[in-house]
Design a protein around this ligand. Structure first.
Ligand code: ATP
Ligand code: MG
Length: 331
């Protein structure tokens, strides 16, 4: 069987440079090699935003505009909407009976996210069970490759546990196991270097940023606080400007030269920030311009999403029927 890919995003906001380097760029390359599905996980977006009526809906077109603006091509990648595919919700309910509450509570990714979200003692049940819904997504698309960072590996382990359990119960293979497509890119930090760049922390450089905000973001970027005079030797580790140059500058050998120069002394922060700013302006300008055109026509973006969702309906329904058949429920 040919490998196929499932990835996606929660529509909790427009996408940023972290998404670009951590996932979007790879998707643009992967769509040339594999059948690829990108799921806009609106139900998952609501697992920690259940009382916010507009959160998911208002961000769907934003995310669609980001996808198309960076070069995800809907003729090569199926882009679809989670809540419009009932099979995903059905599978979640069936799988939920095969997973214990304590297994969910032990999932390291969920544990870490619960700690960072400060739910207190009111963790939404939907949030605790989102690994089950991810298992439903992955298996419904028969995805064999799932691009993830190493922090997401426990999610795939949990998916494969469900796959094996179902196949054992069915006494035949009705679900397929998946493998991680590990990205070796570490999380892009925010401009102040304090956290990873993240939508919900509000510390992002968006893919639609205008020139001025890019300039301001680079100006305020955290460098080496002890690098006071140009002539002083500076530190490269933990210096956000160099982390960004590593991530975005097209010529790594030039970045290495700059690092040596900076470490030796004689290279000022203003100079390296100037180089980074130009690089980010060039990267974001075409994306911003394309994005502006796309967002001006939300109906077009919605029609692309609907067409992808229709395509996805067939395969996801098939898997839901297979699981219902296992229980003899297709009467
Ligand atoms: P939220 O605040 O809603 O969790 P987020 O900005 O953290 O949003 P996610 O939707 O959680 O973004 O991220 C989806 C995927 O995007 C991640 O699994 C990862 O591949 C990529 N990604 C997000 N932020 C970064 C980052 N700072 N650096 C690299 N990749 C990132
Ligand atoms: Mg996140």
């Amino acid at each position: 069987m040919q490998d196929s890919i499932l990835t996606g995003d929660r529509p909790t906001g427009a996408l940023h440079l972290g998404h670009f380097i951590g996932s979007l760029k790879q998707r643009v390359a992967l769509q040339e090699q594999y059948p690829q599905t990108v799921l806009i996980a609106d139900m998952q977006a609501l697992t920690d935003n259940g009382t916010d009526l507009k959160k998911a809906s208002q961000n769907i077109v934003e995310v669609m505009a980001d996808y198309l603006a960076v070069g995800i091509d809907p003729t090569k990648t199926t882009i679809c909407q989670q809540s419009a595919l009932p099979a995903l919700a059905e599978l979640t309910m069936f799988y939920a009976n095969l997973v214990s509450v304590s297994r969910l509570e032990r999932n390291p990714t969920v544990k870490a996210e619960i700690a960072s979200k400060q739910f207190g003692d009111s963790i939404p049940a939907g949030f605790l069970t989102y690994p089950i819904s991810q298992a439903a997504d992955i298996t419904a698309f028969k995805a064999t490759l799932v691009p993830v960072g190493d922090d997401q590996l426990p999610m795939l382990e949990q998916t494969n546990e469900i796959v094996r359990k179902v196949n054992r119960l069915a006494n035949k293979q009705i679900l397929v196991e998946c493998k991680p497509l590990l990205s070796n890119i570490s999380r892009l930090p925010s401009v102040d270097g304090k956290n990873k760049m993240s939508k919900s922390l509000g510390n992002t450089i968006m893919l639609g940023s205008d020139e001025d905000s890019i300039r301001k973001a680079v100006k305020s970027m955290y460098t080496d606080p002890n690098h006071l005079r140009v002539a002083d030797p500076g530190q490269v580790e933990g210096n956000v400007v160099f982390t960004y140059l590593d991530a975005f500058y097209p010529d790594q050998s030039y970045v290495n030269e700059l690092k040596e120069h900076y470490k030796a002394g004689g290279l000022g922060d203003t100079k390296i920030k100037g180089i980074l700013e130009e690089c980010l302006q060039e990267l974001i300008r075409p994306i911003r311009e394309e994005r502006q055109k796309l967002i001006a026509d939300p109906q077009y973006l919605i029609s692309v999403l609907k067409a992808g969702t229709e395509k996805a309906r067939k395969v996801t329904d098939e898997v839901a029927v297979a699981v219902k058949n296992m229980y003899g429920l297709m009467l």
